[in-house]
Design a protein around this ligand. Structure first.
Ligand code: ATP
Ligand code: MG
Length: 575
């Protein structure tokens, strides 16, 4: 079954569980098998473990949908846990945004909101346990020396001269580290495993470093912090996680996590790695996203060009569209890059069902209907959503002076242009046939106005004499329309794979200078006067748009979510 066929199956808007029920993948197969053998006593406990050092992006959505989706499907539970072990990079702002975004995506962790920092006491106790077992030591080598001693993929490492300190000495030193006797970087606690291991992660990894930095949750209680690798697996163990799902780069860390669990003799979760999401024309590395924000290449984390959840939300994406996307891309063991048009396809499909249709003119040109009475206004019936029989109709005012789209007129049309041109008749959507009689220009030869006539017998339908027009165009009534700002977005990068290149050029050099086009003088129909930020519309013939929070009472601002043209569906048909 092709992706397209699958997408055509009817979807329920809620609950999220429904999105992925039908779809199997290798992780489901593992869980099915575990359920059969009773490995975890029939339990499924997953978690989503973000580090609060940035906003969530569409790659995280894949992990969220997977972890929460599996829990829902197997009647299990999924925790939200912040892996907050690095106070120099973590902030409450990020915690808050992550909570908001996971919730907005439609998932619930009930009362299971956890923090690795909740486990700092336990983790410290385990560090002491390792020291007592002769499996950890305090090392005074500098960071550079540790790196040097570590060896390479082909060369074994070298043992630190501090490696064989006595247990007593190590216990005294870790206590001194903890009570703040040493400055940052003076020493670290390392596991004593195997400096000659083929797996570099097993060459006496650092467990604790000294950081005299306040933590956003524990304040100044600690001046030593566990490394991510020492915290992650044990946090999973504490929470009774059954299937600890993570991305491929952690496969090489698995033997280390297993070593901690076995050496400490605690409950063992099962780690399963899957391929992270990559998207064309997009960066998903947090380091790069932070740089885009900090260096002001974009207007903050929720800039509608950002691949963040908050950016996509502001752009007009729905949670349903993002969940459908995560379902469509599936879960695999080998890395691949997904075409961004697939994401656009998903939001288009969803908005097609739910977005009310309205008329808006982005680049206006004035039309005067010379045979229409000066002060007459008619209220014409317009359909709110042809995809939704319950959406009803609304009234749209029609009058003598209108705006139409500049693109819908050509003075000297080529062969296949069927819209308005001198002497030609077209239909105005929901209104009348009009014919262009005269083109008015300013002194410089720019077209400033079209003079047209209308045929009163064609109101809301066809001509009684059976004559045809080849195009229907949209319009707004000049006196009634609302002036609006419209923001048109293009890919943030000019290349499919926007990475730093081999010549040392930064990925920011690949930013698309035309990724944002502002149209300050658009007009929208008056029914949008009270549109609230976040609401979404289809501008007929133009695209899907959402109301931006920058809107003011007098002037709404719209973001183009996506065009109407479905490139992805086209590619699927050809393929
Ligand atoms: P960093 O490299 O800074 O650690 P990260 O992207 O791994 O960034 P985390 O906050 O650690 O960020 O991610 C939380 C979870 O989301 C992890 O389990 C991670 O594997 C998963 N995740 C992150 N990026 C992607 C992605 N592109 N596709 C799928 N899952 C992802
Ligand atoms: Mg990470």
């Amino acid at each position: 079954m092709s992706n397209l066929e699958r997408e055509k199956k009817p979807e329920s808007a809620t609950p999220p569980a429904g999105d992925s029920v039908s779809k199997t993948h290798f992780i489901r197969e593992i869980i099915d098998e575990d359920m059969k053998t009773g490995k975890f006593g029939g339990r499924v406990q997953t978690r989503f473990p973000p580090e609060p050092n940035g906003y969530l992006h569409i790659g995280h959505a894949k992990s969220i949908c997977l972890n929460f989706g599996l829990a829902l499907d197997y009647g299990g539970k999924c925790n939200l846990r912040f892996d907050d072990t690095n106070p120099t990079k973590e902030e409450q702002e990020y915690v808050d945004s992550i909570i908001e975004d996971v919730r907005w995506l439609g998932f619930s962790w009930d009362d299971r909101l956890f923090y690795a920092s909740d486990y700092f006491d336990q983790l410290y106790a385990w560090a002491v346990q390792l020291i007592k077992a002769g499996k950890a030591y305090v090392d005074h080598l500098s960071a550079d020396q540790i790196r040097e001693y570590r060896g390479t993929l082909t060369q074994p490492g070298k043992e630190s001269p501090y490696r064989n300190r006595s247990v007593e000495e190590n216990l005294a030193l870790i206590e001194q580290m903890r009570s703040g006797d040493f400055p940052d970087g003076a020493c670290v606690l390392r596991a004593k495993i195997d400096m000659a291991s083929g797996n570099v992660n097993m060459r006496d990894p650092v467990l604790y470093r000294i950081l005299h930095t306040e933590h956003h949750r524990t304040g100044d209680k600690w001046c030593i912090y566990p490394m991510y690798d020492f915290a992650h697996g044990q946090s999973d163990s504490i929470e009774g996680v059954t299937h600890s799902i993570c991305t491929l780069e952690f496969a090489d860390h698995r033997p280390l996590y297993d070593w901690f669990i076995q050496t400490l003799g605690i409950y063992a979760p099962q780690q399963i790695e899957f391929a992270r999401l990559n998207l064309t024309y997009t960066v998903l590395s947090k380091r790069k996203l932070i740089k885009l924000v900090q260096d002001k290449h974009v207007n903050g984390w929720d800039d509608p060009r950002m691949p963040t959840i908050s950016g996509l939300r502001r752009r007009g994406f729905t949670p349903e569209a993002i969940r459908a996307f995560c379902d469509l891309i599936g879960v695999a063991k080998s890395p691949s890059t997904v075409d961004i048009q697939m994401l656009e396809y998903c939001v288009r499909q969803d908005l097609n069902k739910r977005a009310p249709r309205v008329m808006a003119v982005l680049k206006p040109i004035k039309v005067v209907i010379t045979n229409y009475p000066e002060d007459q206004v008619e209220e014409l019936d317009a359909i709110n959503n042809p995809e939704d029989a319950n959406a009803g109709t609304r009234k749209v005012p029609f009058s003598r002076v209108l705006y139409i789209e500049q693109d819908d007129f050509m003075e000297n049309p080529p062969n296949k242009f069927y819209r308005l041109s001198p002497g030609r008749e077209v239909r105005l959507r929901y209104a009348y046939f009009i014919k262009c009689e005269e083109v008015i220009k300013d002194a410089d030869g720019n077209i400033i106005e079209l003079r047209c006539t209308y045929d009163p017998s064609t109101r809301g339908g066809d001509a009684p004499d059976g004559r045809k027009v080849k195009a229907t165009i949209h319009w707004v009534s000049a006196a009634d329309a609302l002036k609006a700002e419209v923001r048109i977005y293009d890919h943030l990068f000019t290349t499919v794979n926007p990475n730093d290149d081999d010549e040392g050029r930064d990925f920011t050099e690949l930013i698309n200078p035309k990724s944002l086009e502002i149209l300050p003088s658009a007009y929208v129909e008056p029914s949008l006067a009270n549109a609230t930020p976040g609401s979404r519309y289809q501008f007929e013939r133009v695209g899907y748009f959402s109301v931006d929070p920058d809107s003011t009472d007098g002037k709404p601002v719209f973001n183009r979510t996506v065009t109407l043209k479905d490139e992805w569906a086209k590619i699927q048909k050809q393929g």
